[in-house]
Design a binder for this molecule. Structure first.
Ligand code: ADP
Ligand code: LRH
Length: 462
C-alpha cells in the first residue's frame, strides 16, 4: 500500500488530502482545508500565496509520514523569480483588470489564427500570455513558475514547470510539445524565463526526506484522470469555480471551426488532450453568496428548485461575469429582468449554466466528430443535485455524478503509479475510482423543446 499527500488548490479552497492506494483500495482523507480567493490590495487582485504555502505546510505536517507528496492547482497564474531565486512580488489573480484590452493589443503582433495554430488554446483574457503582456516585472525576472511549481520550488529548491499546466499558458506549442519560445519573444516574454518541463510522474526533489512528485499539476488535468468512465464515448464537466466542459482526445483539434467556437486543447496526463471550453461555472453563485453573505447553500438550492423554471436566463460566459462583484445586479442588468428572490437568482444561474453546457457539448461532439453516450460530472459541483438534473435535462444525456474530490484523486493516483503501484494506464486508474466510489445517476427528464426555446431566447437560433 502507498500513503501519499495530495495538495489540491482550487480557486475557492485549498486542501491537503491523505491518499492510501493499494489493490482494490483508494482512500482519501481530508487533513485540512483552507480559504482561497482574490485579495484586493489597493485595486489589484492578488492570491495570498504565503497563506497557501503556510496552510500547505500545516497540512503536510499534520498528515504525518508519507511515501511522497504532490501539488496541483488552478492554471494560468504564476510567480516570477529574480536571478537569486527570490519572488518578484506577490502573484496576481487572473481576474485582475490589468488584462483589459491586452488581447486586442497582442493580436496586432500575432494573429489569432497563428496563436491557435501553435498553441491550440481558447482565447481568454486570463491566459498567462495576456497576463505577461501586461506584466511590469519581466525585466528583472529570470524564471517563470506556475503556482504548483512555485510551491514545489519553495519545498525542494528545484526549478521546472509541469507540462499539463504549461499547456494552459498559451506559450506552449501543442504539437511540438515544447515552449513556443519564438511566439513568446515576439510578445515580449524572454525565452530565458521559461524553464525546463516536468512530466507527470517525475520526482522533482525532496522535502524533509519525502519525494516531491510532479503530477498533472493543472487541477483540471488531475480531475480528468479520475473520471470513472467505462467507455471511450464519454464527456466530462469538471465542476467547481469554473465548469470545464469537453472531451478527452488522443490529438488536438486545430481546425478553423474549433478556433471560432473557442475550444481549447489543453494537455492531459499520459499525452491526452483535454478538448474543452471554460464555462464561467459556480463562480457566479459563489459571488452571489458573498454579496448576500449567505453560506446556507442547501437552503438556497432548495429555494431554486422551487422557483419557476426558465424565468430569467443569461449567457454565463458574458465578460461582465468574470470579475468579482454584485452578480445579482449584473444578472438583472444583463437580462433586463430582475429575478424576484434569491431562489430565482440561483435558478437563473443554474439553468444558464446547463444551457451553456448543452451548447458546448453539442459543439464538442461535432468539432471532434466524437459522439458521446454519457456525461460525467466531477468536482465540488457534482454535489449540486439540481444542477446535475438540469444538466441531464439540457444535454439529453445520462449524467453520472462524482467523485467530488476529483483533482485530489487524480493527484494521488499518479503519485501511486510513480511509486510503483500497478496502475499502468488511465483505464486502470479509472477502474479503481469506479470500484471504490459510489456515483449518482441522473436521467434526462422534461421536454427537450423547453431547452430549445430557452437556447433561442439567450443565443438566438442555431
Ligand atoms: P474549486 O476547486 O474551483 O475551488 P470545488 O471543486 O471545490 O471548486 O467546488 C466548489 C463548489 O462546489 C462550490 O462553489 C459549491 O457551489 C459546490 N459545492 C460544495 N459543496 C456543495 C454541496 N454540499 N452541495 C452542493 N454544491 C456544493
Ligand atoms: C480550474 C482551472 C481551469 C482554468 C482556471 C484558471 O480550477 O484550473 O482549468 O482555466 O482554473
Amino acid at each position: 500500500m502507498k500513503r501519499v499527500a495530495a495538495v489540491d488548490l482550487g480557486a475557492s479552497s485549498g486542501r491537503v488530502m491523505l491518499g492510501e492506494v493499494g489493490p482494490d483500495l483508494l482512500n482519501l482523507t481530508e487533513v485540512n482545508r483552507f480559504w482561497n480567493g482574490p485579495v484586493d490590495l489597493r485595486g489589484t487582485l492578488h492570491w495570498d500565496i504565503l497563506h497557501l504555502y503556510r496552510s500547505m505546510l500545516d497540512g503536510l505536517h499534520r498528515a504525518g509520514p508519507v511515501d511522497s507528496l504532490a501539488i496541483d492547482s488552478w492554471a494560468v497564474d504564476y510567480g516570477l523569480l529574480d536571478a537569486g531565486g527570490h519572488l518578484l512580488g506577490n502573484p496576481i489573480h487572473y481576474r485582475d483588470s490589468r488584462t483589459e484590452g491586452v488581447m486586442d493589443r497582442v493580436l496586432q503582433t500575432v494573429s489569432a489564427e497563428e496563436l491557435y495554430e501553435v498553441t491550440g488554446l481558447q482565447q481568454l483574457p486570463i491566459n498567462t500570455l495576456y497576463q505577461l503582456a501586461a506584466e511590469t516585472r519581466l525585466g528583472a525576472a529570470e524564471t517563470l513558475l506556475l503556482i504548483p511549481d512555485l510551491l514545489a520550488y519553495w519545498l525542494t529548491g528545484q526549478i521546472g514547470v509541469e507540462r499539463t499546466n504549461a499547456s494552459t499558458t498559451q506559450l506552449y506549442d501543442v504539437r511540438r510539445r515544447e515552449w513556443a519560445t519564438g511566439l513568446a519573444e515576439r510578445i515580449g516574454v524572454p525565452a530565458r524565463v521559461l524553464p525546463r518541463l516536468w512530466e507527470a510522474g517525475d520526482v522533482i526533489g525532496q522535502y524533509d526526506g519525502t519525494p516531491v512528485i510532479a503530477v498533472g499539476s493543472h487541477d483540471t488535468a488531475s480531475a480528468v484522470v479520475s473520471v470513472p468512465t467505462e467507455t471511450e464515448r464519454f464527456a466530462y464537466i469538471s465542476s467547481g469555480t469554473w465548469s470545464l466542459v469537453g472531451l478527452e482526445l488522443p490529438a488536438p483539434v486545430l481546425t478553423e471551426e474549433a478556433r471560432l467556437a473557442n475550444f481549447t486543447n489543453e494537455g492531459g496526463v499520459d499525452g491526452r488532450i483535454r478538448f474543452l471550453r471554460n464555462i464561467m461555472g459556480l463562480w457566479i453563485l459563489q459571488e452571489c453568496q458573498r454579496v448576500w453573505q449567505d453560506d446556507d447553500l442547501p437552503r438556497l438550492l432548495a429555494e431554486a428548485a422551487a422557483a419557476p423554471p426558465f424565468a430569467v436566463l443569461v449567457d454565463p460566459d458574458a465578460p461582465e461575469f468574470l470579475a468579482p462583484g454584485d452578480m445579482p445586479a449584473r444578472i438583472a442588468a444583463y437580462s433586463g429582468d430582475s429575478p424576484t428572490s434569491k431562489g430565482a437568482v440561483v435558478r437563473c444561474v443554474l439553468e444558464s449554466l446547463a444551457l451553456a453546457y448543452r451548447r458546448t457539448l453539442r459543439s464538442a461532439q461535432e468539432l471532434a466528430d466524437r459522439p458521446v453516450d454519457v456525461l460525467h460530472v466531477i468536482g465540488g459541483g457534482s454535489q449540486n443535485e439540481l444542477l446535475c438534473q438540469l444538466t441531464a435535462d439540457a444535454c439529453g444525456l445520462p449524467v453520472l455524478a462524482g467523485p467530488v474530490e476529483a483533482s485530489a484523486l487524480g493527484n494521488v493516483l499518479v503519485q501511486a503509479r510513480a511509486l510503483g503501484e500497478p496502475l499502468p494506464d488511465l483505464d486502470a486508474m479509472r477502474a479503481l475510482v469506479r470500484s471504490t466510489h459510489r456515483l449518482r445517476r441522473y436521467t434526462p427528464q422534461g421536454k427537450p423543446a423547453d431547452w430549445d426555446a430557452a437556447e433561442s431566447r439567450v443565443f438566438g437560433s442555431r
